[in-house]
Design a protein around this ligand. Structure first.
Ligand SMILES: [Zn+2]
Ligand SMILES: [Zn+2]
Length: 447
């Protein structure tokens, strides 16, 4: 069977579902055929009230799977203290629900600092996390936090984890989960004066410099390991959670190529970019052919990899009222990556509007972070040369419509050195890749 997250929920349909394309309204996973009218007609444009109702319903579905007593038993065995679990179905500001995880507070009878119970959003059809990926993400985040405990990176302490249905790792909680420290601080929104932003980025530079003191020999994601606490294993998906775990990798080129190849296979298998498969295929084929442009940036330091947060949009940074960093959270997609990717321009210093609009540029924040890194290590400042890695991983951003994806495709071509209009490049690319069997099949499917 092909690699799939879910099989289409329509009876008698054996197609893989479109990744991250499940519908919370009719509560189904749908394949490329059945995701659109006339087979699927749910109106996805929700007003605020309907959106809140949908999230509350999801939280209730998830809560019905969580055995609070089993959580408390485990917490008591780990801490020696009695506790209660405080759930919340708040949506919006102050909510404990993140993009891919639900959280509940673990409150202790003696009033000591609460813990967090962190549970991947397996009850959301839209988030669409298959069990196999959830297992890897939970194990990987636990191992990453365990690793960080022995560094100066401020991250929550991990107290335990559980994997549903896995003998020694199950704990009877009913879902896969992580138990962790609840760090103080507010998520950084990127707001603030120039000085305040510079202060956060200066704090971040110190943290990145600490990360640079801990090189790895492979690219991948950490998983728990008996004797060494953690080891590098397969990459835990990408930040869109659209990929299956793959790897680990000994060199930068095969690491980057595996991402592009997974996208190519998923486009051909009608699991991603089902509305514009030929254009998406051409873009990822181009990226796969150009991974040496990414890998060659680390020619001097090849074979060295460093832990990268990956989902680093800014709200992963917790700050106090004086803009001091109190912690870095949400490590489930972390992976060890080549030096230039680890310390070069990433999402935290991107202008998200420009990124999504396809504007190619190093931002003011990119430059501030590079300057702060330069004060600590010239080698780290040198990583801030171009946007290639940021554009490579932002890709076509799972945009459902070509109109929104096209500026991203053009930006990718630009940053990788193509000086042609899209239409012109596309025509040449169709000729250049004319012998590619998968492309031929896609073209036949579209005719
Ligand atoms: Zn639906
Ligand atoms: Zn179907």
């Amino acid at each position: 069977m092909d690699s799939r997250f879910f099989t289409c929920s329509v009876s008698d349909c054996d197609n893989p579902s479109v990744r991250t394309g499940g519908c919370n309204i009719c509560q189904r996973y749908l394949c490329a055929t059945h995701v659109s009218p006339p087979f699927h007609t749910c109106d996805q444009t929700l007003d605020d009230k309907a959106y809140v109702a949908q999230i509350v319903a999801e939280i209730n579905r998830l809560r019905s799977q969580i055995n609070d007593m089993a959580v408390c038993r485990l917490v008591t065995s780990l801490s020696g203290k009695t506790c209660t679990i405080q759930h919340s179905d708040k949506v919006g500001q102050g909510a404990l629900m993140g993009g891919s995880n639900y959280h509940a507070r673990v409150l202790f009878g003696d009033g000591s600092s609460p813990w967090l119970l962190r549970v991947p959003r397996v009850a959301s059809y839209e988030v669409g996390l298959p069990e196999s990926l959830v297992e890897h993400l939970v194990r990987s985040e636990y191992a990453t936090l365990t690793f960080l405990e022995n560094t100066k990176v401020p991250a929550p302490r991990a107290y335990g984890y559980g994997i549903r249905g896995r003998d020694k790792e199950d704990h009877g909680v009913g879902v896969s989960f992580l138990l962790m420290e609840h760090l103080p601080g507010e998520a950084w929104t990127g707001e603030g004066t120039r000085e305040q932003k510079a202060k956060v980025l200066s704090g971040l530079a110190s943290i990145l410099n600490e990360v640079a003191q801990h090189p790895f020999t492979k690219a991948g994601s950490l998983v728990p390991h008996a004797s060494t606490l953690s080891r590098v294993s397969a990459v835990a998906s990408d930040r869109f959670l659209a990929l299956t775990h793959d790897g680990p990798f000994d060199d930068a080129e095969s690491y980057y190529a595996s991402f592009a190849e997974q996208y190519l296979a998923l486009i051909c298998g009608r699991q991603l970019y089902t509305e514009y498969p030929v254009d998406a295929y051409l873009v990822y084929r181009f990226l796969k052919d150009n991974v040496s442009q990414l890998a060659s940036r680390d020619a001097n330091g090849s074979g060295e990899f460093f832990l990268k947060h990956v989902d680093d949009k800014g709200d992963h940074i917790l700050i106090d009222e004086n803009f001091n960093i109190t912690g870095i959270i949400d490590w489930e997609m972390a992976r060890t990556v080549p030096r230039s990717e680890a310390f070069g321009p990433s999402l935290v210093t991107a202008d998200m509007n420009d990124l999504c609009a396809g504007k190619v540029c190093l931002t003011e924040n990119d430059q501030i972070l590079a300057r702060e890194l330069g004060k600590l290590s010239p080698q780290l400042a040198d990583c801030s040369v171009d946007e290639k890695a940021r554009r490579f991983f932002w890709g076509l951003a799972l945009e459902p419509d070509w109109a929104d994806a096209k500026p991203l495709a053009v930006a990718i071509l630009t940053v990788f050195g193509v000086d042609q209009r899209w239409e012109e490049w596309r025509e040449h690319a169709l000729k250049r890749y004319g012998g590619d069997g998968r492309l031929q099949r896609l073209l036949r499917g579209c005719s």
